[in-house]
Ligand binder design. Structure first.
Ligand code: UDP
Length: 378
């Protein structure tokens, strides 16, 4: 059985989710053919203080976005590139340790900080292990994602393809196949009415889905309150509300005990995201790449209520310029848009939904897995 090592780190939820999606894709397409291990390289193999990065990430991205922007982007990414060049040289031993411990036949990286350090280690090993990068950012990606010596790079947009080319990756090694999304999103959905009945939703009313990523961050509560007001303003509900609070238990508790005027369902972390998305008609979310890619597959027009500076920034023009949604920060303005989409602008909502579906890549995970397996055969 061939061994595949997927290197990730829990800086944000997306890298682990992508790693798990790929593993599920391998298991579904090629049962019992590959032994796949997912490793948090930073936490489990790097020495202090590098191994503290995943703990610092939520604070940096949510509470000190200015500092995150400086560290991540700086002027032309110069600061982060310099830090990575120095850090990676100090960490080559960690790369040797993870390779020696897992003895992989192929390495998949789903994290921007894995390329440089692994390539430095690889140059000193007697045998080169095939190494591929699956970029988990949608449209803006840090330059550290791209290393010219990797065997393949999988990207989800023209913008990231161009970045790979600029980094000197051979065009034949760059594959634009979409983000690795859980295989459950590739299955045809059940009828909306069945899903709604099962999920305890009103059967007829159009539904808005409110989310803030896996951690339930951002002004989800304010947006929920504003939508509750706008959708009940005429005395007869114009729509219904679904909130997915993710791991934010405090938010879930506050919204569960709220006196709603509009029919509403409040959830904590859910494992059946495709069902909830297919049961709704539009989504309000921060610009997380995973949620956007999933919403497109499910044909949900998107209102982006915010973004993490740096890696999520480019997702805003991606959504707006492709005509699948809008960017709006004010909860009152968001609620007004939802009310218009469910009222006089229903046709516009339908058009955006069709464009979203056309832009989604429901089979991306399987396509990426097939391509990696082909590469192992060559
Ligand atoms: N998610 C989920 N259940 C929840 C909340 C979120 O499965 O209750 C998933 C969601 O479907 C998406 C991911 O968490 O795949 C969030 O990823 P995104 O890139 O949007 O944001 P992040 O949380 O990584 O910043």
């Amino acid at each position: 059985m061939k061994r595949i090592l997927i290197l990730m780190s829990d800086t944000g939820g997306g890298h682990r989710a992508s790693a798990q999606a790929l593993k599920a894709g391998f298991d579904e397409l090629y049962p019992n053919r590959f032994a796949i291990e997912i490793v948090d390289f930073i936490t489990d193999y790097m020495p202090w203080p590098f191994n503290q990065m995943p703990k610092a990430y939520p604070f940096l991205s949510n509470d000190a976005p200015w500092l995150w922007k400086l560290l991540y982007g700086g002027p032309n990414h110069r600061l982060s590139n310099t830090l990575a060049q120095i850090g990676s040289r100090l960490l080559v031993r960690s790369a040797h340790r993870v390779i020696d411990a897992h003895q992989p036949d192929l390495i998949i990286s789903v994290h921007p900080l894995m390329q440089l350090v692994c390539m430095l280690a690889m140059a000193r090993r007697p045998q080169r292990i095939p190494f591929v990068t699956v970029v988990t950012d949608l449209t803006t990606a840090h330059p550290l994602w791209f290393h010219r010596e990797v065997n393949a790079v999988y990207v989800a947009s023209e913008n990231t393809r161009q970045m790979a080319l600029k980094a000197g990756v051979d065009p034949a090694r760059i594959h634009l196949l979409g983000l690795p999304i859980r295989p459950a999103f590739a299955r045809s959905p059940r009828p909306k009415a069945d899903l709604r009945a099962e999920l305890g939703m009103a059967l007829e009313l159009p539904a808005v889905l409110l989310m803030g990523g896996g951690e339930g961050v951002g002004p989800v509560e304010e947006i929920a309150a504003a939508c509750d007001a706008s959708l009940s303003a005429t005395g007869r509900p114009l729509g219904q509300i679904v909130v997915i609070c993710g791991r934010n238990k405090a938010l879930q508790e506050r919204l569960t005990t709220r006196a709603w005027r509009t029919p509403a369902r409040v959830n904590g972390f859910v494992d059946n995201m495709p069902d909830w998305m297919h049961a709704c008609d539009c989504i309000v979310t921060k610009a997380g790449p995973g949620t956007i890619a999933e919403a497109l597959i499910c044909g949900l027009p998107i209102i982006l209520s915010g973004f993490i500076p740096g890696q999520e920034e480019g997702n805003v023009p991606f959504v707006v310029e492709n005509g699948v949604g809008v960017y709006e920060k004010s909860p009152a303005a968001i609620a007004a848009i939802v009310a218009r989409w469910f009222g006089p602008e229903r046709e516009h909502l339908r058009e955006m939904s069709a464009r979203a579906r056309a832009l989604g890549h429901p089979h991306a995970t399987f396509d990426i897995v097939r391509s990696i397996v082909q590469l192992m055969k060559d």
